[in-house]
Ligand binder design. Structure first.
Ligand SMILES: O=C(CO)[C@H](O)[C@H](O)COP(=O)(O)O
Length: 230
């Protein structure tokens, strides 16, 4: 079985009746959404908040009832993917362009489970270009500010046009190569006027489930700030 799918299906075993579940975005979260749909057909009762229009559509296709933030008092468990995961369970996210909603949902969740295949585990974050969501207004200036942190910077495009997020913004992919201090960088980038959100998720994951090609999984648990154990 696909290693992303193995991680995703294992994560879904953490879902219990009555929970409000955050649905991630991407090819790994896809498998979690399929599995949740399967469990709902088997009688599981949950409600969900989606992190993108894409996941919203998938939820509807799979019979998963969706709710808005005005109808709930927080999210019990979110299952989402990542582009990179370091030893401290800090993440780069946003490869699929859903980072703003993903961060809002993760921050509202009592437990965040990240699902990934083994290729996403890294010693240090930064090989994957860091997605930064910026307002369209003033974007050339915001880009100049971002250039301080590393280059090249790329305005994300789709079908020859700038990619527009579900929130009407641009994404800049910043090739930083090495991010030795994720929290410091996170705060510095967020301080630039025009930046809406950046793809560093620092100390937000409680559990990372890694699916491996040999069919096994590893669980990495964040025990206290800055440490993970398996
Ligand atoms: O952050 C994300 C979307 O914004 C995804 O979770 C991340 O890009 C991983 O995607 P995939 O599971 O397809 O590898």
């Amino acid at each position: 079985m696909d290693s992303k799918r193995i991680a995703a299906e294992h994560a879904v075993t953490y879902i219990e009746d009555g929970m409000v579940v955050g649905l991630g975005t991407g090819s790994t979260a896809y498998w979690a959404i399929q599995k949740i749909g399967e469990r709902i057909k088997g009688g599981l009762k949950v409600r969900a908040v989606a992190t993108s229009r894409q996941s919203e559509r998938l939820a509807v296709e799979n019979g998963i009832p969706l709710v808005g933030f005005d109808e709930i008092n927080g999210i019990d468990l979110t299952i989402d993917g990542a582009d990179e995961v370091d030893q401290d369970l800090n993440l780069i996210k946003g490869g699929g362009g859903a980072l703003l909603r993903e961060k809002i949902v993760a921050a509202s969740s009592r437990k965040v489970i990240i699902i990934a295949d083994e290729s996403k585990l890294v010693g240090q974050l930064g090989a994957f270009p860091l997605p930064v969501e910026i307002a369209v207004f003033g974007s050339p200036l915001t880009l100049q500010h971002l250039g301080r942190f590393g280059r090249p910077l790329k305005l994300r495009a789709a079908d020859g046009q700038p990619f527009i997020t579900d929130n009407g913004n641009y994404i800049i992919d910043c090739q930083l190569n090495a991010i030795p201090h994720p929290l410091k960088l996170h705060d510095e980038i967020n301080a630039i006027p025009g930046v809406v959100v950046n793809g560093l998720f620092v100390q937000m994951a409680d559990l990372v489930i890694i699916g491996r090609h040999d069919g096994t999984i590893n669980e990495l648990i964040r025990t206290k700030p800055g440490t993970a154990q398996s």
